[in-house]
Write a new protein. Sequence first.
Lengths: 342, 316
Amino acid sequence: MKKNINFIMKYKMEDLLSMTFRMFQKIWKDSVKISVLFILPGALAYGFSFIYFFNFFLKYITKINQNPGDIRILINFLTAYGLLFLGMIIYILLYTYVSSVISYKSFKKAHNEDIDIKECAITVFKEKFGRIFLQGLLKTLIIIGIEIIFIILIAICTFFISYSTINILMLLKIMMILTIILLSIGFIAVIFWLSYSLIFSKEAILYDNLGVIDSLGKSFNLVKKNWWRVFGITYLFNLMMSFLANMIISPLLIFAILPIYIKIITGLINNKIDEISNIFSNMFFYIAIIYGVMILIQSVIIALFNPVFKSLFYLDLKVRKGELEEAVKDIANDVKEEIIAT
Amino acid sequence: MKIDENDYKGYFEKEGKNPILASFILILLIGALYFFIQSLIVYTYRIIDYVIYRDKYINTFDFIEAVKQIYQRYKYPLLITLFICQFGILLFPTIYLFKRWHFKNTAKYFYLKNFDLPAVILSMIGALSVIPLVDLTSRISFYFFPILKKLSEAVTPLFSANNNPLEYALLIIVIGLTPAICEEVVFRGYFQRTLSRKIKEPWHYILSGFIFALYHQRPLGILALTLVGVYLGFIYYRFKSLYTSMSAHFIYNTTIVLIMNLSFLNTFLENNYTPILLLSSSLFIINGIIIFLYSLRKKFKKEDEYLITSETENIS
């Protein structure tokens, strides 16, 4: 009786890492297929919009300095920025969808349920993706909202020091500077604290079928008292994945655009932005496609491991919080019955 | 209950676990931490530098000159950072994780007990003869893209000893000795040694050499670094001794530092480049054959087979 045996134990860091790679071995073919299929358009959209924006930026950076009041430049800039934003949104949506499907598949696999990837994709799209999208949006808004409070406070303090007409005391000035430093630290700390506290909200929707608000609460409760562990292991894992992606991507990227790369470096060294801008204008499609493909490879590498890792971590946290005690008891009973029967 | 050290098997040595997977995880983990912390420190230096010398940045348009100046100003902090990161992030965590994941006896596993003087000398000769070959790859890229030569000149202040014996000593310790110890323990002693338990020759040292090259994150130097990595892996496997690859790595790095600093050596190499290249290439091949034959004669391989057949019992 090996059913459900994968998730009844508390994992150590080694367990999480090794099980992630083992799980990857089991589902990598399906994961690669779905990743390439869905992330490709997103990566190309992002690649094209980014290169377009970058090209625009290089082309007009001198003109903006020359004609700071020219409204056409501002409109063009906003258009390029809007396109970049659109490209990013398409990419993020598709990436989130793919990672949700892989996560769902690995969750099912952890329960020894072999479910077809197409079925996973349909289930996630029909039943869960709307909520996943909303929780992502809500999470971002919460974080931005809290950060705005910090920004306002920092701005008030800075304004007070810089523009105050009253000749304020030196001690008060020092206190204000200290407050700004503390608020800046708080600004960064809150980003980390919130994003890691709400890190499992997507998994809560996928596995426990919770609503948008409940999923955030669930993630918060699971991470509570385990924050440092979650932060440490997840951050380390993300670093590892970025390092792996960089190791593969940077030589590929540089060799794919070697002559262009050399020209860009030459332009940078000689401080000739016009030359770089011309390269980007003349070879726009080539550079954008190469860049898109690189984003695709990088995203696929991360999408293959990250959702698997997070799904295992989610189960581990549930065990630690005693939420799977019933499941453990059931398995123990099953094993007992099996032994008696044999 | 106290665990007997002889019975100890780490997490990835237990039944059903894969030590090869452990070696890849460790390389990724250590590499990610190493580059992350190192770049965090280097960027802090840059920010401090920008705050202090803001006017210089605004008035300077020469990119190479600006980079050169940064390296000149922060030469000692950068060298000390490199030294601390190599030991603190590469070496010690590797040993700690090895003991946690594999066995207690690091010296035996990493082949730190076998010292053979002729093997060390042969390895060092090979390392010296590989330098002109590595230099050839740089020359080819400089020929096609001359700007890269200018770019590489930007880092010269970091390796400059300024004819000062103390600076020579510092450079030899930080650039020559430190990577020779730390990188060899990680890449040959641990990574390649673990790969060789399941992967056959020559694939384990080709793979570890390639990953050694990728790990340095210098895309244009991949060919040269792979050549060096494979050579170091080859001697390590043939002689079953970490001292051979450590000494070869040390002599390789130190010679490069000396060539960069001693102008007469540099001039001599420039004036006689073609004969030196031909001579060293021939020497490299002949030395490789001698290493191969010598390793067979000394039967280092037999000892290794003994280790693999009853590996867990013997290593621990």
